[in-house]
Design a protein. Sequence first.
Length: 272
Amino acid sequence: MCDICVINSVKERMLSRRDFFKASAAVGAAATLGVATAPQAMADGHGSIMEMTHTYDGDFPTFFNEPGISYKQIFNWDEHKFNLFDLTIREHTGTHIDAPLHFSENGKAVDELAVSDLIVPLCVVDIREKAAADADAQVTPDDLEAWISDNGDIPDRACVAMNSGWADKVGTDGFRNADGDGGLHFPGFHVEATQMLLEQTSAAALAVDTLSLDHGPSGDFATHYAWLPSGRYGIENIAGLDQVPAAGATLVVGAPKHKGGTGGPARIFAMV
């Protein structure tokens, strides 16, 4: 190759890299506002990115009503000119993943989830009206059939999410909604709806805006035991379902990857 050809080739590559980093910087700046313009190559027709993750700390409500995370600062700015914490985290804290291993003897751990199942179509089943009337409401086959009637078939490898409106209760006693006997009351998936999804769809995930895939009063965790041992995963405490359409969004699940984990906190967002 001639010298001038080499020089021109290098120039073209440098310009291409410069344009790439300019575009990346613009997207990053927009993302700080909570909703970002999605890069066309990444989103393929989606126009915005929606946050689907609760910020959590030691006060975030948990199923067992114990702090899910604690911090110990090991290095600080005044003394060391950098900050670093040791964290102690319970896997099922905040917006998090339930891996198949969570409710099976030898199911897939969270690090074994297929990447292809972490970027999935999002189907939002809205049961807010009946959840407002009954804290123990559940997603039923009738709810799924109504969604299909309105939106078409559930796409391959989709995440089917329950929007009960419970995310608005985070930070209040109403999120756990414990009664005087220690029982919990919040919505979840009925096992019959779970079985319908297992038998009639290839859905990869269930998601709920509550503490559990099963509704609060469940004593047998039937949905957990039906869904997770099948090799599929769950998402609990998802946020932002009222900000996305019933169909058409793509969910991106930033699952943790600690070896042998039964789940873990996840950063999740939707491309709309």
